[in-house]
Design a protein around this ligand. Structure first.
Ligand SMILES: [Zn+2]
Length: 388
């Protein structure tokens, strides 16, 4: 049976926009007074409402493809409000870690949390207000083989209207009772067990995480084991982006300190750059060079990095809007970063545009014009519709 959604004031389809590089708003396809026909979980047509047919489901406002958040750490217990208070007093991320805050504090809070699945479900359900219909969720607050496996199982089994893409980030930071070399070796030894649960492998290849040489060994073994690779790269020190290019990773995420040479290496190796403005806002550090990356021809994705430490806000629309106003990104570039380019960072080619055959995942905003969405800098909330 075909469903007819609408009439929408506008449908912003993102049809025909280039997979990579700078984009102009004049290339946006905007269909006024639009209807969307849906059958079997897929989009059948997007066209003027009066030309549509199907069983009517009334919706209004502006419709876009559901947003893809390609980088999050939503599976955790506790919070780090105490860390944030120290940041406000001028302490650095690394100083706070040494004082007993940081990732290891969240690890303790996560392990003592009984009902992690419920917490994760609640967090996923809140994503609808930010238009998110697909969300990557990393492990990383277990930091032992058994607890990381358990977190990945929780992420995989969670029930939500959001499509969840799990990623193994067992190599988030080194646990206290290990040397980095021993911990990495133990993880590699257990790759077959991880591979049963997850296809994506991540490592924090930066200051506070793992050194580049060790990350390279880990990723090389991960590739042999059949994982798709992604990295936390160039957040504080350079080297991770070049490693991502060398290893043929799917994406390199963060890139706050990346320069032209790093971006060109990512482009040559077909690695998707994922920028995480929420982490810059959470740490009070400058945004990555998003304008430069786009002008160099890269397919910039924008994700939330939502986590209790460095990126607590969780409002992907506010984060993208602020990155946009500081880095001078067009609406076309911002929406692409949240949709089909985000999907590409997760190797998903079946979503991110309102065109025939794509998954029927929608972000719907109660406004008259798509330009209001970033204009209100995150205070205009969405609702989502996902058909399976
Ligand atoms: Zn992250």
């Amino acid at each position: 049976m075909t469903l007819l959604l609408g009439p929408f004031k506008q449908a912003l389809t993102l049809r025909g926009l280039n997979q990579a590089g700078a984009l102009s708003d004049k290339d946006l396809e905007i269909i006024p007074d639009a209807g969307v026909e849906v059958a079997d979980g897929r989009i059948q047509a997007v066209k003027p409402y009066k030309e549509c047919s199907g069983k009517k489901q009334e919706c209004g406002g502006v419709v876009l493809p559901g947003f893809v958040d390609a980088h999050s750490h939503l599976c955790y217990g506790g919070d780090r409000a105490g860390d944030y208070a120290l940041k406000l007093q001028g302490k650095s991320y690394h100083e706070i870690s040494k004082m007993g805050g940081g990732i290891l504090k969240t690890v303790n809070d996560t392990l003592s949390e009984q009902d992690l699945k419920k917490l994760l479900e609640e967090r996923l359900n809140k994503l609808s207000r930010y238009g998110i219909t697909t969300c990557e969720v990393k492990s990383g607050y277990g930091l032992s083989v058994e607890s990381e496996l358990s977190l990945l199982k929780t992420i995989k089994d969670v029930k939500s209207s959001v499509d969840v893409i799990p990623t193994c980030l067992a190599a988030h930071t080194c646990p206290l009772n290990y040397t980095p070399e021993d911990y990495i070796e133990e993880l590699i030894h257990n790759f077959p067990r991880f591979k049963k649960l997850v296809n994506r492998l991540d490592i924090f290849a930066d200051k506070g995480g793992f050194e580049i040489a060790l990350a390279k060994l880990y990723l090389a073994e991960g590739k042999k084991a059949g994982f798709a690779l992604t990295l936390h790269a160039d957040q504080f020190t350079r080297g991770g982006a070049l490693l991502a290019a060398e290893m043929g990773a799917v994406s390199a995420d963060h890139l706050e300190v990346s320069e032209t040479e790093d971006f060109l290496a990512l482009k040559a190796a077909n690695v998707v750059p994922v920028m995480l403005p929420g982490a810059c806002l959470g740490l009070g550090i400058p945004f990555p060079k998003a304008r430069l990356a786009l002008d160099l021809g890269l397919p910039l994705a924008i994700a939330s990095d939502t986590n209790p430490g460095s990126s607590p806000m969780g409002n992907l629309i506010a984060e993208a809007s602020l990155l946009g106003i500081y880095e001078k990104l067009s609406n076309a570039e911002l929406f692409s970063g949240l949709t089909f380019r985000g999907a590409r960072a997760l190797q998903l080619s079946d979503r991110g545009r309102l065109v025939q055959g794509m998954k029927a995942h929608f972000a719907i905003f109660d406004c008259n014009d798509y330009r209001e969405i970033f204009y209100y800098q995150g205070s205009l909330h969405a609702k989502t519709l996902s058909f399976k």
